[in-house]
Design a protein around this ligand. Sequence first.
Ligand SMILES: NC(=O)c1ccc[n+]([C@@H]2O[C@H](COP(=O)([O-])OP(=O)(O)OC[C@H]3O[C@@H](n4cnc5c(N)ncnc54)[C@H](O)[C@@H]3O)[C@@H](O)[C@H]2O)c1
Length: 249
Amino acid sequence: MHRFEGVRVLLTGGGSGIGRATAVRLVAEGAEVFAVDLSKEGLEATVAACSGAGRIVTHRADVGDETAVVEAVGAAVAALGGIDVLVNVAGIHRATPIDRLTVEDLNRLFTVNTVGTALFCREALRQLPDGTGVIVNVASTAAAHGNPYMTAYAASKGAVLGFSLSLAAEVAHRGIRVVPVSPGTVRTPLTANPRVLPDDLDTSYYARIRPPLGAAEPEQIAGVIAFAASRDGSYLTGAELRVDGGSHI
Ligand SMILES: NC(=O)c1ccc[n+]([C@@H]2O[C@H](COP(=O)([O-])OP(=O)(O)OC[C@H]3O[C@@H](n4cnc5c(N)ncnc54)[C@H](O)[C@@H]3O)[C@@H](O)[C@H]2O)c1
């Protein structure tokens, strides 16, 4: 498929997991991708994964830093000549048992997951073309389904979901679509990294909620993001795409 020939995509979180898989998929379908991430090494690995396509530019920035976001969007416009699609994937997860929840946890989760997404939307909307512009924001099933130790993460992702639905209503008159995509459990460093969980957490709950289709590979989420951002999704806006392998059937 070549659904993204001539399409310029600004992608955050392109240095790992779902973001990397999305970059690979979009480049393979003809997109020019401007990938933003905190991790220089991660971005280099993503360029390597997009082997030989020559259609990916990388930029190191913290999505929670307003000045850095403005600069990143300006750099994307300078590099690509404009932006047709914004995909917000960058995010962090911290397990936070309620009795140990800190203001620092709350601030960092909201700054990266929610504020970062909102700032990229605000800045990219100055560039996105009326009629065809698309924003895809990665939320999480945690936004709408309870999981122990995820209160702060879930709140930050619930905010991404609510933000995206209201933004869809606000920019629909411009013909710009906004689609929140909510993955369930995906095999990425975010879920594999044991440092996410304090040593003494009771993880038996998670053992019970294994999705009937198993954990997703990042490519399975990237395929849905690509669908939402493509012309195949042209009548889709303000609706959450839940991609969780049946976890909440
Ligand atoms: N993995 C899952 O099971 C899962 C489930 C639901 C939602 N999600 C969401 O999907 C998105 C991608 O997660 P993933 O699983 O691919 O994780 P990941 O850790 O593999 O990738 C996240 C990327 O975001 C980057 N990042 C983190 N903070 C940043 C910052 N401040 N500025 C710029 N870049 C930053 C990281 O460097 C990394 O490259 C996240 O928003 C996550 O919350 C993941």
